[in-house]
Design a protein around this ligand. Sequence first.
Ligand SMILES: [Zn+2]
Length: 271
Amino acid sequence: MAFPSSSTAFAQSSCALPDITRDWLYQSTMKMRYRTAYNGDGYGVHPSTTSFTMHEEAHVQAGKVILDLHLLGQNFARGGGTWSYQWTGIAGAKVCKPGYHRYGAAVDFTRFDWGSNNFVDTAVHGKDSRLFMRRRYLAVIATFRKHFGTVLHCHNDPDGSHWNHIHADRGRTAVAANWGYQTDTTIIQWAARDLAGVKDMAIDGDFGPQTTKGFQLLRERFGAADVDPTKSGANLRIWLNLIGRHAMADKEAGAYTVNESMRAEAAAEGE
Ligand SMILES: [Zn+2]
């Protein structure tokens, strides 16, 4: 659905629109857990299964993210293993405060867990010194953008609060990328830096000359000369799938390139 404009969303703090309460995403075995604290190393502590209230559309779209993360674990796990998705950490969903949380259209995520110590903790891994962990966080971000309009994270943080969680709001199938939009630009910058080796790339949401070069480098490596992500949602999804696969598998850009099955898959994902 089309949620109210952001000026309307931020004008009030009263809760609105119908909601549902669930303790799982995608399927009932894939539980949500509330992050209650941090341990001494800064990782979130998520003691037990917790129910959250949100708009039904946010629940459906978050479920699509979780399914995609499960499939990335099945097919593109680092080192070639097969990871089965287990549970998701959450900091909050419907909350009566200004913004999309008051409609239940926004959810704050804290952890994505495939078991056997394979996970992303959003308070730590986005700025981890280990490239493979930053890549795994990037895989999560790219996957979110397939199913949500706005994705805030440690490098797209307008109010300084997203160093420790990923905020996603207004679930929808990806529309064409817009380089004036920080959600989209930061993903390209992050991919150029951590998948294509542009080590001095600033992840600042500003699509300037350096970002243009990084984008062109990725486009070459991905074999995506004719896949302009600003032209269609399907094209953007091809890019997001490529970024997600490289990032999850911990591979340099170019390990996977655009092919017919990727085009068909990204087109079908919009249906
Ligand atoms: Zn939030």
